[in-house]
Design a protein around this ligand. Structure first.
Ligand code: IPM
Ligand code: MG
Length: 357
């Protein structure tokens, strides 16, 4: 049986990190006899330029057929002033909706070799290993909108069912980890947050009585993520809060370039995998982007969509070994020290994989 993978290199540094992700995927594909069929499609700004839409029909259809989709990044200043339906980001949001991937998993670990990168003191970072589960297909991102010169609005809407299904994913994952769930909302102000809190509590109480649940208001959560990051296990939150808190949490690891993500319609099955960094237009085409977030996203793909946990672990070990051997991309060291480019760093990871554990 063939496993179909769609690659969406996208914009900015997307194609550069996707090339490394593809090399890693092909390497483990051979090593673990995975029989992968890999095809690339256009999404985002590149699709606007070539096809006049950020999410071409062919791309959407190929992604829906695929066992897993890998996305580099979308967006850039070139499309900043185009009408909203022609913005690269609309391609990504449309794809998330089309695939129904309502649960976005963003793990944050601090690598021992990189603790001095974070703006936090090393003693605060000891033991940080958290997973943000961000609701991805609802809330203010997808509510009714109106945009005028004098007045505009974005409505935030959630249904109980939308909250329940993502809560089940978070609880399931928490039960496979340390059994602790922090749900983040703004229930002192927002109606959607009160529904959120109520629904999360009910699912936990009735279906996952062994999960230890804590509710935090989003402003407090933003602070606690910095003051006591090691206390968090699974953090569950709605779409917009998750977007913001995961960029904040990435600074625990030291660089936005390190973090992977998986977007799923459950805890496994077909999914969309992307590094959480954006298209970084300022460094695009310069061979300096950090491919680790992309490579670790491939590992998540192998684990959640391709039932290949051994291949996933092999990749994670190869990344750790590469860092431990002292190899660094530019974002991971002082400007005075020497670094490897995206491609060369990718080659080191592939060589590590080929030389075995
Ligand atoms: C992310 C990104 C996207 C989001 C943008 C590109 C639409 O910031 O995946 O975190 O806001 O979801
Ligand atoms: Mg974001």
């Amino acid at each position: 049986m063939t496993t179909n993978i769609v690659l969406l290199p996208g914009d900015g540094i997307g194609p550069e990190v996707t090339a490394v992700a593809q090399a890693v995927l092909e390497t483990v594909g051979n090593q673990f006899s995975l029989n992968l069929s890999i095809e690339a499609h256009d999404l985002g700004g590149v699709a606007v330029d070539r096809h006049g839409t950020p999410l071409p029909k062919d791309t959407a259809a190929a992604c829906k057929r695929a066992d897993a989709v890998f996305l580099g990044a979308v967006g850039g200043p070139k499309w900043a002033n185009t009408p909203v339906e022609l913005r690269p980001e609309q391609g990504l949001l449309g794809l998330r909706a089309a695939l129904g991937v309502f649960a976005n998993l963003r793990p944050v670990k601090v690598h021992a070799a990189l603790t001095d990168l974070s703006p936090l003191r090393p003693e605060r970072l000891a033991g940080v290993d958290l997973l943000v589960v961000r609701e991805l297909t609802g809330g203010i991102y997808f509510g009714a909108k109106e945009e005028g010169n004098e007045r505009a609005f974005d409505a935030c809407e959630y249904t109980r069912q939308e909250v329940e299904r993502v809560t089940r994913v978070a609880c399931q994952l928490a039960s496979e980890r340390r059994g602790r769930l922090v749900s983040v909302d703004k229930a002192n102000v927002l109606a959607t947050s009160r529904l959120w809190r109520n629904s999360v509590s009910q699912v936990c109480r009735e279906e996952f009585p062994n999960i230890e649940l804590e509710h935090l208001l989003v402003d407090a959560a933003a602070m606690h993520l910095l003051s006591r990051p090691a206390d968090f296990d699974v953090v569950l939150t709605e779409n917009m809060f998750g977007d913001i808190l995961t960029d904040e949490a990435s600074m625990l690891a030291g660089s936005l370039g390190l973090l992977p993500s998986a977007s799923l319609a459950g805890t496994n099955g077909a999914g969309l995998y992307e590094p959480i960094h954006g298209s970084a237009p300022d460094i695009a085409g310069k061979d300096v982007a950090n491919p680790i977030g992309a490579v670790l996203s491939v590992a998540m793909m192998l684990r959640h969509s391709l039932s290949a946990p051994d291949a996933a672990s092999a990749i994670e070990h190869a990344v750790i070994a590469t860092l431990e051997s002292g190899s660094r991309t530019r974002d991971l060291i002082d400007p005075s020290e020497s670094s490897l480019g995206t491609e060369a760093f990718g080659r080191v990871i592939v060589e590590r994989l080929l030389s075995g554990p």
